[in-house]
Design a protein. Structure first.
Length: 413
């Protein structure tokens, strides 16, 4: 089953228009700096280039509440929100994510998916996904959770971030009524997953936290029917709703977009600390966890940042959670930047493994050696991947067939 849903045209919020495109001066700077960095890292002062590039844009692109933007009439894909606090008058405060939007009657949240209607907070993304696909689980990416299986993948409109490099901006930066969607309520999602022989349901593509209520109810039904739940997210969620989700969650891939609060504010429109807390919470709850870091030229391609990030992961999470360095391609408001050099990804993979992370992968580079899985003990290849397809799977009863070492993850028998 696959619904190919494209969004209709829409204009971004007025407050975002100032950062819609890179200026010509910034583009020239980024192109020259990028070429110098890729050609000769020793001859190029990365910090000077990065500071110059970042200094030309807003210091904080965090989204804002849209005043008087709620629909006058609620539709059938509306449910009362999972967690919010009533305030004076008709005001409410959403408690799902660290944005903690305070909304008057008629206001819309930063994620664009919640509205205050006469003192009650509602989600507008319940049972109306704008993307529905059956994907290989490797696409999430999850490499150590049931490799080679299929995942029934859904998304609804909205996101609590404003990433300049968003790969799915047509749906993540849209309001629910601005995208084409299908009707698929939680029980139907689970039934379709089973019908399509999917071992799991992935809440993905846009930002799963923005359709939290839909995800949670679907996950509860899926758990009862033996279907796994995958949280593919930016990790920008408060502890209380995350704790509730973890009761029915099997695996997660969290996009740790940078290891700098400054870059989070300038590139992402959020803060780093809440994402780190999400990673620690998932680890404590023993949810299978993998981490993705998209390497954006001029923003996150700093070797020292990678070392700090790797050190934090080791100290707080341990060495066994797979780390994926993903290649950036020109997209959305950073469409004039060059793609990440594969040599940069190679270097970061080597750095992270040298720091002690056992399984480090390279994404968006089909055929690269960094797409395969090698035993951390004997270094022999135990999973061979061709793109998102597993061609050779050698793990036996969760162990390496060559040396008997236990491989961290959840694998088929």
């Amino acid at each position: 089953m696959e619904h190919s849903l494209k969004t209709e045209g829409f204009d971004p919020q007025d407050e975002e228009k100032a950062m819609a495109d890179l200026s010509r001066r910034r583009f020239i700077c980024s192109g020259i700096g990028f070429f110098a960095w890729a050609s000769s890292a020793n001859a190029f002062d990365f910090s000077t280039f990065r500071n110059r590039l970042l200094g030309s844009g807003p210091s904080d692109i965090t989204g804002t509440v849209a005043r008087n933007d709620a629909p006058k009439t609620l539709w059938k894909w509306t449910r009362e929100a999972f967690s919010y606090t009533p305030l004076d008058g008709d005001k409410v405060q959403c408690q799902i994510c660290p944005n903690q939007c305070v909304l008057d009657h008629g206001d819309r949240s930063v994620c664009r998916s919640k509205v205050n209607h006469h003192g009650v907070l509602y989600t507008l993304t319940y049972g109306n996904p704008c993307a529905v696909h059956v994907d290989p689980i490797e696409k999430k990416p999850l490499f150590h959770f049931m490799p080679g299986s299929l995942s029934f993948s859904i998304a609804a409109a909205g996101c609590n971030f404003r990433c300049l490099n968003c790969q799915n901006w047509e749906i993540s930066q849209a309001r629910p009524h601005e995208v084409r969607h299908v009707e698929l309520f939680p029980d139907a999602v689970v039934n379709e997953a089973i019908k399509n022989r999917s071992a799991s349901i992935a809440y993905t593509y846009s930002e799963a936290t923005a359709f939290f209520e839909y995800m949670l109810d679907t996950s509860r039904i899926a758990r009862k029917k033996g279907v796994s739940n995958l949280y593919i997210s930016n990790g920008y969620i408060n502890e209380s709703p995350l704790a509730e989700l973890c009761k029915v969650l099997d695996a997660a891939n969290i996009n740790l977009k940078a290891f700098s609060d400054d870059i989070y504010r300038k590139l992402i429109g959020g803060r780093l600390a809440p994402v780190l807390e999400t990673l620690k919470h998932l680890n404590r709850k023993k949810v299978h966890l993998e981490i993705t870091n998209l390497v954006v030229p001029g923003y996150t391609d700093d070797p020292e940042m990678v070392k700090r990030m790797s050190g934090w992961i080791l100290k707080n999470l341990g060495p066994n959670h797979p780390l994926h360095f993903s290649r950036f391609h020109p997209m959305y408001k950073l469409d004039r930047l060059a793609p990440t050099p594969v040599s940069t990804l190679d270097r970061f993979r080597t750095l992270a493994m040298a720091e002690g992370i056992r399984y480090v992968y390279i994404g968006n580079v089909p055929g690269h050696e960094g797409c395969h899985t090698f035993c951390h003990n004997c270094k022999k290849k135990i999973i061979h991947r061709d793109g998102f397809t597993v061609r050779d799977f050698r793990i036996k009863n969760g162990t390496c067939p060559f040396c008997g070492t236990k491989i961290p993850g959840v694998f088929p028998a």
